[in-house]
Ligand binder design. Sequence first.
Ligand SMILES: Nc1ncnc2c1ncn2[C@@H]1O[C@H](COP(=O)(O)OP(=O)(O)OP(=O)(O)O)[C@@H](O)[C@H]1O
Length: 337
Amino acid sequence: MTLLAIQDVSKSFSSHRALDRVSLDVMQGEFISLLGPSGCGKTTLLRVIGGFMSADGGRIIIDGQDVSSLPPERRPLNTVFQNYALFPHMTVLENVSYGPRRAGASRKEAEVRAHEALEMVGLAAMAPRSPRAMSGGQQQRVALARAIVNKPKLLLLDEPLSALDLQLRKRMQIELKQLQVQLGITFIFVTHDQDEAMAMSDRIAVMSAGRIEQIDEPETIYRRPRTRFVADFIGEANIVPMQKDGHSLARDAAFDGVLRPENLRVFTRAESLPDGWLSLPATVSASTYVGGTSNIYMVSGDRSLHARSYGVLPSDIREGVEIIAGFDPADIHILEG
Ligand SMILES: Nc1ncnc2c1ncn2[C@@H]1O[C@H](COP(=O)(O)OP(=O)(O)OP(=O)(O)O)[C@@H](O)[C@H]1O
């Protein structure tokens, strides 16, 4: 069932088009990430969904109701911002029970619900504390508890983990995903971090210049990127000139084929390739060993290639050596544009 329908939404700031006719249907219980480089319109789209900013055109429908002209507090959603925005003079419990109180719950009822929400984020024991005496990760959990306490149908999250250090961030990614599954709340999660989007999302909407370039499951985004932009933005891509059938190399770059570094293998000139594989002569320009994986960077004509493999590099693969870069055409994906 569709919970959120974004229909043809546009937004300009003077002559700059921040959102260009964006449409997107989000299912009940889905975890969708809006992913893209700085300035592509992620936050603007989130603000329009949340009602913090009005669109120039288009509609936002939540649960069948057109909410386009409703203020944020009348939309069945909540938002978690990057900077937590907790009330510093209130205790953790007061911060979390504030929402239910405002929605009309009695003090007792609000506190019971706040306790439940704190329990879910693993902070029940910290209820009497001041948020000022908490770490960044704990404060972010309080912000989450505050956002889920009223059981919104939809939660909007604007880079909620970006202020945390890498280790904590990775842990919170797992916790947040588990919480989302447990609560069954639909999440729209803004990030510019592709690993984060890949690790957490049911589907990723890759944005560029105010448009959604592709919306798909993480694996499809990685294995079958639709455009060159998506191929380059998610992971690393070798672009190989292919015939349209995807089975043979083209002389002139007829079609761009994407080949991920883990699917490109390096052979010495004396070695033979497996049956059906395609090959490009190349010269090694650099190689690195980074704890468990090795990278080989090569030049083939005017093209750079990158192969990644597990383990250490054979000693005869070093800068200046002429090799054969080989791949199975089944691993190639032809781009649309
Ligand atoms: N209030 C505003 N006034 C003028 N221009 C704005 C305003 N808000 C956003 N923009 C512009 O609209 C474009 C999209 O901005 P937006 O904040 O949505 O990008 P973003 O993808 O969230 O980027 P970031 O990852 O840096 O937050 C940018 O070019 C930005 O400069």
